[in-house]
Design a protein. Structure first.
Length: 494
């Protein structure tokens, strides 16, 4: 067990380059749970130094996504705090100051190599099958001379002066002890010629200045740790504790989870962006519970956990080092489970906007009696539309008359069923027991089982095969509409 430094201050530090991916959401969630568990701070810092990849829509997607997931940050973007600004392009003067300092300390140098020269070096290396990278051409320039050239306006970048030999070993809470040989590490660029720092430099300076205690981020950053630790050493700073979260694999378990939304071979959408899950009607409770188990477990068997339980139980010690594969079926199962746990009132409230968006004019009051009929069947909130739309239609859309005819049944029998149903439903009380008794008796008189007898009635009333339980449906739709729809169905058969 590692002891946890106090106060715990962790950050989620996305770059606004694209849509908010569930991989990022998992990172944000783990940071959030860790902060809440330790009574610490969860910080949102925007790493926007790569202006060429900046996407103006990304911030909206990010903020809405974090809100939907209920991951409210204590400090950072839009919220403010004592260590701001929290957007890196608003901190450029800070990085300049530290850049001068690291040059002064002799751990970084100015490099005047033109892009043409770098390109020529790359080509030469490729031709001779040598490791690619900067050949350290400017590393040995006289510092005074370099300063003069820079002052005279010659464009330059600033590079890290990585040791030429030896190794570095560090401890990652999740991965264990890791060693890198310095020869494998490049003299990376810290400051670009336009005065904007690279990710590495800004990230280290900010984590230090913002007093970050633990870095929890995706596995893909682990190769950056030697350079980052070099910077901490160069400044004489204490580095945060490192925890690199396991990779998320695609559902086949082979290869990383896609960065784009593809379709499965059966045509089903495979969402990867937070807002798509939101639009499809995954509950915050379900998706956060699901994400929490993507690389972490409480005891290898408990699956359904409330946010409070996740906060209470979360620990870095139980994050697995190995990759975790995404599983859409499991998420659907979680979502169905959470939907069934909601009160009818709560579910109704959540369903109304989804239905309205799909063009179904449901209101809280009109939907409330219908919700219990569909609550058991839904895996996502958007699915409700198909289960309930016919309750809200003056006229059913034109469905195919073959739907009315169960397999192996004569059209004449179907006609008999619907005519009988018309007679019975004209007079029977619209109340479950009365409907049950009367319709079962009718089935018997036609020598039919209730199943085949009810199917044409259901299709006539709902316009589709799959629908909520029949009697409750009839009652809610009401005698007048039921009679009209039965009549229309009979006409369709002719
Ligand atoms: N800006 C980096 C990203 O987009 C953050 C990596 C880190 O947390 O250090 O993932």
């Amino acid at each position: 067990m590692t002891t946890t430094p106090h106060p715990v201050r962790v950050r989620y530090a996305p770059s606004p380059t694209g849509d908010f991916h569930v991989g990022g959401a998992r990172t944000a969630l783990f940071n959030y749970l860790f902060a809440r568990h330790h009574g610490g701070q969860f910080i949102l810092r925007i790493e926007d130094t790569d202006q060429s990849r900046y996407n103006p829509e990304a911030m909206g997607w990010l903020v809405n996504g974090l809100r939907y997931l209920g991951l409210q940050w204590d400090e950072g973007y839009e919220v403010g705090g004592d260590y701001g600004p929290y957007v890196q392009t608003e901190r450029l003067d800070i990085y300049q100051k530290y850049c001068q300092e690291i040059i002064g300390r002799g751990h970084a140098y100015t490099c005047f190599c033109s892009s043409e020269r770098l390109e020529a070096v790359r080509e030469e290396q490729a031709k001779n099958k040598l490791t690619q990278g900067y050949d350290r051409h400017c590393r040995h320039l006289n510092p005074a001379e370099s300063a003069q050239r820079a002052a005279a306006g010659e464009p330059y970048v600033v590079r890290a002066k990585i040791p030429l030999e030896g190794e570095i070993t560090f401890h990652d809470v999740i991965k264990g002890e890791i060693t890198y040989q310095w020869v494998a590490i490049q003299d990376a660029v810290l400051m670009k010629s336009d005065g904007i720092p690279t990710y590495h430099f800004a990230n280290v300076v900010d984590d230090h200045l913002m007093k970050i205690s633990h870095i929890m981020r995706g596995d893909e950053w682990i190769n950056s740790v030697p350079l980052h630790l070099f910077l901490y050493q160069a400044f004489d700073w204490q580095p945060p504790i490192m925890a690199h979260l396991p990779l998320i694999l695609n559902p086949t378990g082979k290869g990383k989870m896609s960065k784009r939304e593809d379709r499965a071979p059966d045509g089903k959408l495979m969402p990867v962006f937070v807002r798509t899950f939101q639009e499809m009607g995954y509950l915050t409770e379900a998706i956060t519970n699901y994400l929490a188990l993507l690389g972490w477990s409480y005891d290898d068997k408990t699956e359904i956990m409330s946010r409070e339980e996740l906060i209470e139980r979360f620990s870095l010690e139980r994050v697995k080092p190995s990759a975790a594969a995404w599983n859409y079926d499991k998420l659907d199962h979680f979502n169905g489970d959470y939907i069934r746990r909601l009160s009818v009132e709560d579910l109704t409230q959540r369903l109304v906007p989804f239905l309205n968006k799909a063009g179904v004019p449901a209101t809280y009051e009109t939907l409330l009696p219908i919700t219990p009929l569909v609550q058991e069947r839904m895996k996502t909130l958007t699915e409700a539309t198909d289960f309930v739309d016919f309750f809200f239609m003056a006229e059913l859309p034109d469905y195919d008359h073959s739907l009315l005819i169960p397999k192996k049944m004569e059209v004449a029998t179907v006609r008999q069923i619907l005519t009988q149903a018309q007679q019975i439903l004209a007079t029977t009380d619209f109340e479950p027991t009365a409907l049950d008794t009367a319709l079962r008796a009718a089935a018997e008189s036609l020598s039919l089982k209730p199943g085949p007898m009810f199917q044409p009635i259901r299709v006539a009333v709902c316009g589709k095969m799959v629908a909520p339980p029949l009697f409750e449906t009839l009652i809610i739709i009401g005698r007048e509409t039921v009679m009209k729809r039965l009549g229309q169905a009979i006409a369709k058969l002719n």
